[in-house]
Ligand binder design. Sequence first.
Ligand code: ADP
Length: 395
Amino acid sequence: MARVQLEDVTKHYDDVTAVNDMNLDIRHGEFVCLVGPSGCGKSTTMEMVAGLTKPSEGTVSIGDRDVTNLPPKDRGISMVFQNIALFPHMDVYENISFGLRLRDYDKEEIDRRVDEAAEVVELGGMLDRMPDEMSGGQRQRVAIARAIVRDPDVFLMDEPLANLDAKLRVHMRTQLQRLHRELDTTIIYVTHNQAEAMTMSDRIAVLDAGELQQIAPPLVCYNEPANLFVATFIGSPSMNTISGSVTDTGFSSDYGDVHVEFDPTAVGVTPGQEVTLGVRPEDVYVTADRDEIAHPTQAVSTRSDVLEPMGDEIFVYLVTEDVDVGGSMEEGSDPGEILMSVDPDSDIGEGQDVEVVLDRSKLHLFDSNGDALTHGLVETPGSGAAGEAEVEGDD
Ligand code: ADP
């Protein structure tokens, strides 16, 4: 059984703490993505599981063994990296079988394993091809086959699709999911691409600045993010964040006129407290469509600024105040700006006055540290039992 555990693992490089007090318990057969922005400690975490880097503190276990001090070759792992290093003078068969030949496996066993692995990555007819006769995606599949033939307990993959073009990446994503199903192996996969993490993982481990922010199934990270970092990192485009404060009867924004009625005692917040409201673009509706949701907020007056037609939906950038909207959407919305997703047949044009409502059952509230207070603000003042925040999910 290849359960992978990191217990209280910290890694310092001189004055940089690359990974801080990481605890991960990855079950046998699980596909877990480590995701987060560049420099957050994903590769360092992976290298400590692989044995390429030693933790400054803490222990790493694979299966029942403490492997903290074992070299990579004794850990039962196979690695696939972003930069595919195939031997250019060897054909596919020789590349895939290289590790087995080094270990003196007999020819029959090597042939059997190479055939099996080539079958899994759909390279069956190409064993005599040279690397320079193959596409990037085919070469990456050779690298994966080379990892498979070693029959590892755990696959470690560090951005293996990063160098492929967009179409191929999507194709390889499904290939990897099939591979996981067929091999019944634990896979730990590093990516900064949240779409990759969302689509492939059983669970996502979201890292920021060397610290684990949340580890949960993709939809839990999406619907019930533990904090503002996860809320704005998972999901594309990002969740809107609206800063404001708690009033006697709910929330009032710093910019624009966003008011949400809820019972502060039910959520455990006090009037005057600074909070951030989070709402995903798909949970913002034009007022005319308010009947589509059970718990709309009061109407918010906005003006449409920029439209982005995506084919299956249109992203509408709404401005609630006369503010500079030149900033980037990467880290969440700019002050006074709300991004809304509407149907492609919507007749909203640029520069129009638009009244919107938010779906209260999908609103998130975060405290001034960014920690989630609640997901779903349906409890209005005086409507229900105080002290019970209703948290709604669609699942
Ligand atoms: P990620 O894979 O998420 O991009 P890394 O694990 O590579 O992040 O890096 C985490 C932090 O540790 C970064 O600040 C990086 O500069 C630092 N770091 C990584 N490897 C080394 C090293 N060998 N020496 C010094 N600092 C390092």
